[in-house]
Write a protein that binds this ligand. Structure first.
Ligand code: PLP
Length: 431
């Protein structure tokens, strides 16, 4: 056993994951990860959907190094730091219209907590509505608005004042042949949730524009427009959790742009700085003004190195048209995966936007989740030199979320490997 794996066993807490994938990563570039033995893997998971501009993107690294030589940390809310100012200005130009003021934190959950707090301060209301199958992070407030027992178990009871509405999970809904109807029905259900499951004191509705951990669930095109009508009738804010779907991943800079709806608060992390820890929430000035002295802060939030990396990351994305590239590569990959679906009944659904792609595996026509098969495919792909994720509320969705710089050849290689592993798993099922 390698020294690193032994030290993990002895000194690192890992009891909360079934296993750490047995790869000791040494270095990575673009969409290729190399382990300590020199073995290369095509990375279709991007560090859980983080390194959108590619591993160790030279421009991002150069910007971070230059900043490191000048200043690493001095407290970005105690003193002024130029990369923080420059990044906030940049975000104001790429965020949906009117969202111009940003708070910086370190990780997704921290940004969600801040957004929830700000929504309450601005509205003077206290409750939240979230979705079944949602995931918003591991801190207590974020888990309180998370709609997935798999993530919440052993941590309850959670905060009161949170009500859940059905997720627009088209494939498993009674409207699986009519996505638009699914969108309309799920949006209208929010009205009932407000009426029957809250006291009417709702500050905000929180949702992921494409649901990641829930199984790459893409809401129908009319869903958020219909939701917005309901929210506006009740004076409820919309918090878009773009922690996973943001920064080019879905083929637009932010996934909510596909739905032509402007949220009140946009929460981002993961892809914001190509691997450097940083998160943000961005909102309209009048909402931001609800913060008064003492209400909020973060010691490491807005780290100058992370902010400098984020600026270079956004510049790279725009110069290389990464969102457009993700849209094209994603369409290509989904086309190939749908060809495989026609040959393998194990593939129940192929869905996604851009390079946020989920392949849901089922055992039969009743859609019994094929979760052990999904894990077997992930392990088989590892042997073939391809990294993917497995997720979904039933643990049966293979997740393809590679760096957006992945080439067509690398996609071909990953999908060929997927086809061959799928064949083996299918065969083992029949035998
Ligand atoms: C949609 C969404 N929100 C929030 C989070 C939490 O982010 P973090 O793990 O950086 O706290 C995640 C993480 O996967 C996520 O996918």
């Amino acid at each position: 056993m390698s020294d690193t794996i032994q030290k993990y066993k002895d000194y690192v807490m890992t009891g909360f994951v079934k296993q750490v994938v047995p790869v000791v990563v040494d270095h990575a570039r673009g969409a290729v990860v190399t382990d300590v033995n020199g073995r290369e893997y095509v990375d279709c998971f991007a560090g859980i959907s983080v390194v959108n501009a590619g591993h160790n993107n030279p421009q991002v690294i150069a910007a971070a190094k230059a900043q490191m030589d000048k200043l690493v940390h001095c407290g970005s809310y105690i003193y002024y730091a130029q990369p923080v100012a420059d990044l906030a200005e940049r975000l104001a130009t790429i965020a949906p219209h009117g969202l111009t003021k940003t708070f910086f934190g370190n990780g997704g959950a921290e940004a969600i907590e801040g957004a929830l707090k700000l929504a309450r301060l601005y509205t003077g209301k206290h409750e939240f509505i979230s979705l079944h199958a949602s995931f918003h992070g591991r801190s207590w407030g974020a888990l309180s608005v998370t709609g997935n027992q798999g993530r919440k178990k052993r941590g309850g009871p959670y905060a009161s004042g949170v009500a859940f509405a059905p997720a627009p999970y088209v494939y498993r809904s009674q409207w699986h042949n009519d996505a638009e109807e699914c969108g309309r029905q799920c949006a209208n259900a929010i009205d009932d949730v407000i009426r029957f499951a809250t006291s009417g004191d709702v500050a905000a509705f929180i949702a992921e524009p494409v649901m990641g951990e829930g199984g790459i669930l893409v809401p129908p095109h009319n869903y958020f427009k219909e939701v917005k009508k309901v929210l506006d009738r009740h004076g409820i804010l919309f918090i878009a959790d773009e922690v996973q779907s943001g920064f080019g991943r879905t083929g637009r800079m932010f996934a909510i742009e596909h739905y032509e709806v402007v949220p009140d608060i946009l929460v981002t992390a993961k892809g914001i700085a190509d691997g450097f820890p940083l998160s943000a929430f961005t909102t309209r000035p009048e909402i931001a003004a609800a913060f008064k002295p003492g209400d909020h802060l973060s010691t490491f939030g807005g780290n100058p190195v992370s902010c400098a990396a984020a600026l270079a990351n956004i510049e790279f994305m725009e110069k290389e048209k990464l969102p457009e590239r993700a849209a094209e590569t994603g369409t290509y990959a989904m086309g190939k995966l749908r060809e495989l679906q026609r040959q393998h009944p194990l593939i129940g659904d192929v869905r996604g936007l851009g390079l946020m792609i989920g392949v849901e595996l089922v055992r039969d026509k009743d859609l019994t989740p094929a979760n052990t098969e999904a894990e077997a495919i992930r392990d088989g792909l590892l042997d073939e030199g391809v990294l993917v994720g497995v997720g979904g509320v039933y643990g049966n969705v293979v997740r393809f979320q590679p760096p957006l710089v992945i080439t067509q050849q690398q996609i071909d290689r990953a999908i060929e490997a997927f086809a061959s592993v799928l064949h083996e798993v299918d065969h083992a099922l029949v035998v």
